[in-house]
Design a binder for this molecule. Structure first.
Ligand code: 6R9
Length: 579
């Protein structure tokens, strides 16, 4: 049962943690693993891994809490033996394999900063993030080393590259370390005092301009992740829980590692990519109690047809949740009518570290609405101008929207435990995320008379494509590097499955014609540098780009023109399609 909002204080949430012995602080690894071992539950299964080639009903590889404790402690010891100190950053670039999870928790145990990246990223996003985050170590796989990392090794600051899937040092390519031998020779590291404000995870997120921003989180965040896992998901010890997100995305760490382990649940991890038939089989055969997924995945299931679920009993799923993009009323109704599964929405961001607005497991569902602020979160809507900027009066005060159904920017009263503490090396951008005592989310929404929030769209130009948050500037920078391109504008257009897909308009160098050869070469360059997940789906040449007086490309105008929307209308601000 949700605690009454007024009674929830952040310290009340922190009291749900055990804390390190002798008041030595709070460590995520202790709160997610050791506390269960200490309580006598070391034999409970913490994670059940299904490998790509495993059938959906395979027993998988089971990691008990005791095993996860021993292996992550050994990995933490191994990092120390490499001379990597607390506070140094460990990057992780791998698919959803057991050692990725062991290493992530081991890095947190040793008070290193852990920064997981998407394995679908191309070399450009990888290098950029590792430079910004001052990587000390990179953990990856031999395939990713060969395909992506070896060629950019010189640009990457990491002192060590460890290959997770190599056991024997004799099999490790030159300049890399075999995980197996490294860990075999290591001793288990005991958790050292960890003040709650010790940096934990670093997650890069994208803004409208400039390089990606590294949102820095701290160990204290586990208080919020645990409390939301309990209250929003209703998850308990012994439940089987499946979060389909990759740890490269904040959802895959906050709720794909920390939250569910902190309550002692059994987490299912599937290495394979989405395949509707496999997913229905997994949900049934693995007896999933609580399922956390995303609208792009739900739309792919809708498209594949509910017939594929025939013969699988999904009604035993106790609760199902969605995050990352608008969950349309249509998707909720489809899930309920066709699968017998009611998807409940949750809204949050990389910066918030945990769910902020949601329809909890025990709340009534209003299809199309996200729900209400959770626990002690204070959320409001602030008035914006036509450019999506907050309007401040002469005293620097913002205007809260009181009328139901008027659109404003979602703003949150700062202070909850999982709130990001800064943008790494970027205090100016951090300061810009706040106004008049509010954290500004950059999303537009409306609130109905019953206090439910309804998502409207982004107030800025960032694009959500298949759940990935992409900064148009990152994509434009890579397009502009192509020798035939002198300028570009990148924006999202609605897509029935991905929410939005990325389109680009480029201006070619004088005298260069937009032949198939030229355009294919630009596309190939974008895909090679950015990776398939970030590269534009469509690139077209234009004679000129619309620019503001200050020289900025008017991406929303490009978008409005392509979609035939009235230019300058607020509807051009609206984000992904909700169909
Ligand atoms: C967790 C996560 C944050 C942005 C956010 C918003 C969009 C997230 C949503 C949603 C509509 C929801 N978003 N949840 N839009 N309905 N339930 O997604 O983090 O990758 O940082 O993205 O995603 O635009 O501002 P992140």
């Amino acid at each position: 049962m949700s605690a009454p909002v007024a009674a929830t204080t952040w310290d009340e949430l922190r009291q749900r943690l055990v804390g390190l012995p002798d008041g030595a602080g709070v460590n995520v690894a202790f709160e997610t693993i050791d506390r269960h071992v200490v309580a006598g539950h070391g034999d409970d299964v913490a994670i059940r891994f299904l490998a790509k080639d495993d059938p959906p009903d395979a027993p998988g590889e089971a990691y008990t809490y005791a095993r996860l404790m021993a292996e992550s402690a050994r990995f933490a010891g191994a990092l120390r033996s490499l001379g990597v100190g607390p506070g140094e950053t460990v990057f992780l670039l791998a698919g959803r394999v057991p050692r990725l999870y062991v290493a992530l928790l081991g890095a947190l145990r040793g008070r290193h900063v852990a920064c997981p990246l998407f394995s679908a990223f191309g070399p450009e996003p990888i290098v950029q993030r590792m430079v910004l985050g001052d990587a000390a170590v990179l953990l990856t796989t031999s395939a990713l080393w060969r395909r992506k990392v070896a060629a950019i090794r010189a640009d990457v600051p990491a002192r060590h590259v460890v290959l997770l899937d190599v056991d024997d040092q004799a099999d490790a390519p030159e300049g890399t370390i075999a995980y197996g031998d490294l860990v075999d020779g290591a001793t288990e590291l005991a958790i050292e005092p960890t003040p709650p404000e010790t940096p934990s995870l670093l997650h890069f997120t994208s803004g409208t301009t400039g390089t990606p921003k590294g949102a820095q989180h701290v160990h204290d965040s586990v208080a919020m992740q645990r409390a939301t896992t309990e209250e929003v998901f209703g998850l308990r010890r012994g439940d089987v829980y499946w979060c389909t997100a990759d740890p490269g995305w904040v959802t895959g760490t906050s709720y794909g590692v920390i939250g569910p382990l902190s309550v002692g649940a059994t987490m299912l991890v599937d290495e394979a990519e989405l395949d509707p038939t496999r997913w229905y089989s997994i949900l049934d055969a693995q007896s999933v109690d609580v399922w956390y997924t995303a609208p792009t995945a739900i739309r792919m299931l809708m498209r594949a047809g509910a017939e594929l679920a025939a013969g699988h009993d999904l009604t035993r799923i106790r609760a199902a949740f969605s995050v990352g993009e608008p969950l349309s009323a249509e998707a909720v109704v489809w899930g309920r009518d066709e699968l017998g599964v009611t998807f409940r929405d949750t809204w949050w961001q990389t910066e918030t570290g945990a769910i902020m607005i949601a329809t909890p497991h025990d709340a009534e569902v209003t299809p199309g609405s996200m729900g209400r602020p959770v626990l002690g979160i204070e959320a409001t809507l602030l008035a914006t101008d036509d450019h999506g900027e907050i309007v401040l009066d002469g005293d620097g005060h913002a205007t809260e929207i009181a009328d139901p159904d008027r659109i404003g920017m979602i703003a949150l009263r700062p202070g909850w435990p999982s709130m990001f503490r800064t943008y790494l090396n970027n205090p100016d951008r951090y300061a810009k995320a706040f106004a008049d005592g509010w954290y500004l989310a950059g999303d537009l929404a409306r609130r109905d008379a019953e206090g439910r929030f309804w998502f409207v769209g982004r107030a800025d130009d960032v694009i959500k494509t298949a759940g990935h948050l992409i900064g148009p500037f990152e994509v434009e920078s890579v397009l502009n590097e192509h020798p035939d391109v002198t300028g570009s504008g990148v924006y999202g257009v609605p897509d029935p499955v991905a929410g939005d897909v990325i389109h680009a308009r480029v201006v070619l160098r004088r005298g260069v014609a937009p032949t198939d050869e030229v355009m294919t070469s630009i596309m190939a360059h974008a895909r090679r540098r950015l990776g398939a997940a970030v590269a534009p789906r469509e690139i077209l040449a234009v004679d000129q780009l619309p620019i503001t007086r200050s020289g900025k490309v008017m991406r929303r105008l490009l978008r409005a023109r392509e979609l035939g929307l009235p230019e300058g209308d607020l509807s051009t601000l609206e984000g992904g399609s909700s169909s």
